[in-house]
Design a protein around this ligand. Sequence first.
Ligand SMILES: *[C@@H]1O[C@H](CO)[C@@H](O)[C@H](O)[C@H]1NC(C)=O
Ligand SMILES: *[C@@H]1O[C@H](CO)[C@@H](O)[C@H](O)[C@H]1NC(C)=O
Length: 181
Amino acid sequence: MVRSAFTALALLAVCHAVGAAPTAEVVTPSFSFADWVEGIIANPQGDHLTPEQAIEAFNASRNSTSSSEHTKRGPLDKRVPSCNEQPNTEVPIADAVACVNFLAAKGQTACVCNGFAQFCQIGQGIIDGNSGSKRTTSACNDVARAGGLILDHCTRADNTVQGSEFAYGNGDMLVRIHNLR
Ligand SMILES: *[C@@H]1O[C@H](CO)[C@@H](O)[C@H](O)[C@H]1NC(C)=O
Ligand SMILES: *[C@@H]1O[C@H](CO)[C@@H](O)[C@H](O)[C@H]1NC(C)=O
């Protein structure tokens, strides 16, 4: 008895000496919609959080992480989406997340925008592209990437979102999440 207890203590001491990671320290994972989109794009057939699970994870992390942490994430980390630039067109995040998921799942499918194009409508959520007088094309998953960033930066305390950001790598296509006016 005494001996084995001593052995256990000794082992603990050794573990500590070699710097084993302390297991009791829990770091609350922060959630990013942009990272979620990247996961879908990287491995389309893999197991991903459903839109509902993604919102749950977001809910769980939103109060425990600083928003500045989210601003460092995603493929367009130098960009900051414009939020709330169309007052009174915000949409419930569940609808916006469902649209982002839909577009991420389309992968390399072309999302073509000839001035204006609506890429998704689910519930009150609309994701569209705006390209002025130009015709431009992005992979739909690059539209989804912009959507993920908008969700990360523009989601409001009342669980709605509205904002715009350029499709990944395409400064000609402004992607907007909003509601029908
Ligand atoms: C997330 O939180 C909001 C309120 O804070 C709640 O209305 C919503 O149902 C939650 N969603 C999920 C999927 O947990
Ligand atoms: C986060 O904080 C807000 C306001 O402080 C509160 O209304 C909401 O219920 C909290 N959400 C979670 C998931 O703790």
